[in-house]
Structures are given as structure tokens and as C-alpha cells.
Design a protein around this ligand. Structure first.
Ligand SMILES: Nc1nc2c(ncn2[C@@H]2O[C@H](COP(=O)(O)OP(=O)(O)OP(=O)(O)O)[C@@H](O)[C@H]2O)c(=O)[nH]1
Length: 379
């Protein structure tokens, strides 16, 4: 497990450092426990117990950080310190191993309950479900097992117990101790992997600058929307639009202001056309799919968008308001039409709107070769 965690060390996944240190401490603790009788008691009992308490505490801190929550280091440190002090009392004042085992299990049980509560799957919207459920189940199982173990040892506190007797109880506890951290770590690695896959998918499907769908995602979504519309006999429209004279905005106000215009355009488009979201096809060209919208509705929405953007402004150098406009091509799916043809007609309509003077929309139904018989335009 440690090697698996090491392979993910440079992934930048939040919580990875805590999970790795937890595993190192647990291994060190188990080695010290195994040295009982051969090395000093302070190492094989006190230090080993301390490290063994720190391991689940760090696992919990790692899960919290992974879930974008603050790690409760203060509370965990107090709990570890109090438990270590109590373990010290039952070593140096009254040497009672059963009580030490019960206390250690009580600590593990409490931390595992806190861990399970932090991982509760119903409070993690937007995360891959299986890894969260696995880690939650592992934490809950461990909490229950430690609770049983704590009760068992607490009720036999006067019995002479050693951890290395081949009794059934010890075997169960040994199996628990061996599988506990790997089980939690497996959950952590699954969550880390799911997070990395999610990030990679987001990066592939979104434009970094504006947050709009990427060109690749747009074509995937358009294919699905087209297939749905054909199968159900429903309408489908598409808007393709482009910032007018964008080069001159860049040249006049700088590239950073041009970037701001693109981000502003995407945010405003999302507010006007809630539908499928805006996609950046490249440069300053964008598209929006409008499922269940016929041509007339799409023309109205396109004009609402054009008017909204015409009124918009972003801050330029020295606080100057930089305005921009768009030209829009509107295409609506005809009977039996392919997606490629629909997009090609919407694109042709966009260029008709550009030729018509910009800051206007052109309806693909009315574009005939080089001529566009109909376009709505701004002032
Ligand atoms: N700031 C910024 N500029 C970009 C980005 N991508 C492309 N551009 C610029 O967009 C400009 C596009 O210019 P043109 O294709 O000539 O189009 P235009 O000036 O908008 O003219 P029309 O479309 O005909 O109205 C180029 O200057 C590109 O450098 C970007 O991500 N950020």
C-alpha cells in the first residue's frame, strides 16, 4: 500500500501526504510491537502505541483534506495526547495490558466513527460513489470491530492477556490490525484515482480560459442531442457565434482584456441560455445546442443573447469599459438532416451575419449561397 501511495506522491491529490505518513507510522509501530521483549519497553509499548494512535488520526486528517474540509489537527492532537497519557498510566502506574488494548481500541473506534461520518456518501455530491462508499464501509466496519474489541478487553481487564497468544480473540484482533490500515488506504487510493480521472475528464471537456465546453465535448454532446432528436422526433437547434472584430479588441486593449471578453461572453451566455451550456469551438467562436427548440424559438433566443452581449462591458486598462458584440448563425434540424449538415448550415449563417455587417443574427433557413434574405441586427 505504501508503494501504491508513493506512486501517487506527485499527483498533488489533497490528503496523499497524510495517508502516506499514516502508513509509515503504522509500519513503524508494528515493527516496534514485534520487538517486545527484545527492545526497551518504552519503544515497544509507549512509542509503538503513540505511533499506532497517530496512524488512524492522520488517515482521518487525510480524508478530510481530500474532501476539501479543514483537517481537525487540534482535536486529533488532544485526543492522541490524552490517550497516550492514559496508556502511560496503565503501563507505569498499573501495568494492565488488557486496559491498554481496550483504550487503544476505544481511540481507534472514535477516530473511525469520525472518519466514517466525514466520508458519509450521502453528503458528497459530485464525487464518484463507489470509492466513497468503500472507504465509508471500511471506516464503519473498523469502528464496529474496535468497539467490540474495546468492550471485550475492558470486561476482562483483570485477566492475564498477551497479544501474541494464539487465542481466537487475538487472531481476530491480529487480522483486524493487519487489514485495518490497508483497507482504509485502499479506499483512499480509490478516491484519489477517481479524483484524478475526474480532473482529467474535466480538463478534456472544458476550455481552460472560459470554463465553456471544449470543442471535443461539444461534438460528443451534439451527436447525442442529434441522435435523441431523430429518435424521438423532437426539434433541435444550434447557435454558432463569434465575437466581432475581436482582433481589434486585442490590438487596442491587450490580450488580457480579450481573454476577459471571452470569459464574460461565456458567463453571460450561460445566464441567458440555460440549456446545454456554451462550447468554445476555437479562438473567439462559440456554439450552444438548443434541444427541443424550433427555429423560431432559436432565433428569439439568439437575438436575446446578441442584445445581452451588446449591452455588456468588461474593464479595460485604466478602468475603461470595453464593449463587444457578436454575430450569430442559427440552424435548426430539418427532417432527416445529418448533424454535419446542420452545423455546416449554422456556420454558413454565421458568415452571412458577418457579411451583413456584424452584431446581427442570421437564420440558416434564409441563407441562400452568398445571400442572406433575413437577419436581425443591433443598432
Ligand atoms: N485574447 C485572446 N485572443 C484570442 C484567443 N484566441 C484567438 N484569439 C485572437 O482572436 C483574433 C481573431 O481574429 P479574426 O479571426 O481576424 O477575427 P475578428 O477580428 O474577430 O474579425 P471578425 O470575426 O471577422 O469580426 C486573433 O487576433 C487571435 O489572436 C484567446 O484565447 N485570447
Amino acid at each position: 500500500m505504501l508503494m501504491v501511495l508513493r506512486s501517487l506522491a506527485r499527483s498533488g491529490v489533497p490528503g496523499m501526504r497524510e495517508w502516506t505518513v499514516a502508513n509509515v507510522l503504522a509500519i513503524a509501530a508494528l515493527l516496534l510491537f514485534a520487538g517486545r521483549g527484545r527492545i526497551a519497553d518504552v519503544l515497544s509499548i509507549d512509542i509503538a502505541n503513540l505511533l499506532f494512535l497517530c496512524a488512524p488520526a492522520l488517515m482521518h486528517a487525510g480524508f478530510q483534506r481530500h474532501l476539501d474540509r479543514p483537517a481537525p489537527y487540534g482535536a486529533l492532537a488532544v485526543l492522541v495526547a490524552a490517550s497516550t497519557a492514559a496508556l502511560g498510566v496503565f503501563h507505569y502506574v498499573v501495568d494492565a495490558m488488557a486496559v491498554r488494548v481496550a483504550l487503544s481500541s476505544l481511540f481507534h473506534g472514535i477516530v473511525c466513527v469520525a472518519m466514517a461520518w466525514g466520508l458519509r456518501p450521502w453528503a458528497q455530491p459530485g464525487r464518484a460513489r463507489y470509492p466513497i462508499r468503500f472507504a465509508f464501509g471500511a471506516a464503519l466496519t473498523l469502528a464496529a470491530a474496535h468497539a467490540v474489541r474495546a468492550l471485550m478487553y475492558a470486561s476482562h481487564h483483570d485477566a492475564q492477556v498477551t497479544l501474541f497468544d494464539a487465542s481466537p480473540v487475538n487472531l481476530v484482533c491480529f487480522a483486524l490490525g493487519t487489514l485495518a490500515l490497508p483497507g482504509l488506504t485502499l479506499g483512499a487510493v480509490m478516491m484519489a484515482n477517481a479524483g484524478l480521472i475526474g480532473q482529467a475528464r474535466y480538463a478534456a471537456e472544458h476550455d481552460h480560459l472560459t470554463g465553456a465546453w471544449s470543442r471535443r465535448a461539444f461534438f460528443g454532446r451534439a451527436e447525442r442531442a442529434h441522435a435523441d432528436a431523430v429518435r424521438a422526433g423532437r426539434t433541435l437547434s444550434v447557435l454558432i457565434f463569434d465575437v466581432d472584430h475581436f482582433k481589434s479588441i486585442n490590438d487596442t486593449h491587450g490580450h488580457a482584456v480579450g481573454d476577459r471578453v471571452l470569459a464574460d461572453l461565456v458567463a453571460r451566455t450561460a445566464a441567458v441560455l440555460r440549456g446545454d451550456g456554451c462550447a468554445r469551438l476555437g479562438g473567439e467562436e462559440f456554439a450552444v445546442l438548443l434541444p427541443d427548440s424550433d427555429a423560431d424559438t432559436a432565433v428569439c433566443l439568439a437575438d436575446e443573447l446578441r442584445r445581452t452581449l451588446e449591452r455588456a462591458a468588461v474593464a479595460g486598462p485604466g478602468g475603461v469599459a470595453v464593449r463587444y458584440t457578436v454575430s450569430v448563425g442559427v440552424g435548426s434540424l430539418a427532417d432527416g438532416e445529418s448533424l454535419a449538415n446542420l452545423l455546416q448550415r449554422a456556420d454558413a449563417a454565421l458568415y452571412a451575419a458577418k457579411r451583413g455587417g456584424r452584431n446581427r443574427i442570421a437564420d440558416a433557413r434564409l441563407v441562400d449561397g452568398e445571400r442572406c434574405k433575413y437577419a436581425t441586427s443591433g443598432s
